[in-house]
Design a protein around this ligand. Structure first.
Ligand SMILES: Nc1ncnc2c1ncn2[C@@H]1O[C@H](COP(=O)(O)OP(=O)(O)OP(=O)(O)O)[C@@H](O)[C@H]1O
Length: 223
């Protein structure tokens, strides 16, 4: 379980996140919404151990972010907003490269299956020839190589076609259900949030998001 208690983050004197508390159970997909600049990416970066909170405590399966962040990193998959893969290499070469960087040992067949499960079939094609949606799928497949328990996705489907979005959504649901992965997912697409997420964290007081979410009938965690 991921447990966040009274977490705050300031940059210089500016308060970005203020006393957030929430938890995520294994197998849950949590949507993270809020207006531009609300602090969604900042929260994901803290949960990915890339940024430190100014105050508060975070634990993942009772491991402390403050004291055991190296151990915690083994259990986290993080897909930032920008796609970070090698354009000149093929899908296969990218998967093999990132497997070497990861702490787990996966066979080539297992890596290929990860891609096929996501409907990413162009195993021997150079990444530069893939569409934006396929690149995002590859980015997601890379984040799953080490079988994380917490998957953090910063707008993973922005700018990609509806079919690929649906495929990514279906894949995330499968990961959550079958492998009890906890997923935290930012998106500005309310239909997608409605379709994929069990609960929604809404950062900030923007009434637009609160109204939209209330109509959706989803359980809202307002912070
Ligand atoms: N390293 C930093 N130093 C100073 N301020 C920062 C830093 N990183 C983010 N900020 C500020 O923190 C606020 C929250 O940024 P963040 O990127 O977390 O918002 P967001 O909700 O993800 O926005 P968007 O929807 O546009 O991606 C913004 O005002 C941003 O300018």
């Amino acid at each position: 379980m991921l447990n966040v208690e009274t977490l705050s983050k300031s940059y210089r004197d500016i308060n970005i996140l203020n006393q957030l508390s929430f938890h995520v159970e294994p197998g849950e997909i949590i949507g993270l919404v809020g207006e531009n600049g609300a602090g969604k990416s900042t929260l994901l970066q803290i949960l990915a151990t890339i940024a430190k909170p100014s105050n508060g405590t975070v634990t993942l399966n009772d491991l402390s972010y403050a004291k055991q962040y190296k151990e915690i990193r083994k259990w986290i998959g993080f897909v930032p907003q920008d796609v970070a893969i090698w354009e000149e290499l093929t899908v296969e070469e990218n998967m093999l490269f990132f497997e070497k960087l990861s702490w787990s040992n996966r066979t080539k067949d297992e890596l290929k299956k990860l891609c096929i499960d996501m409907n990413l079939s162009k195993w021997t094609e150079p990444v530069k020839t893939l569409s934006g949606g396929m690149k995002r799928k590859l980015n997601l497949a890379i984040s799953l190589i080490h079988q994380p328990k917490l998957l953090l996705l910063d707008e993973p489907t922005v700018g990609i076609d509806l079919k690929s979005r649906k495929e990514i959504g279906a894949y995330l649901k499968k990961q959550a259900k079958e492998h009890k992965v906890m997923v935290i997912y930012t998106s500005h697409d309310m239909d997608e949030i409605q379709d994929i997420c069990h609960r929604v964290i809404c950062i900030g007081n923007d009434p637009f998001y609160h109204n939209m979410l209330q109509k959706s009938g989803k359980e809202i965690i307002s912070i």
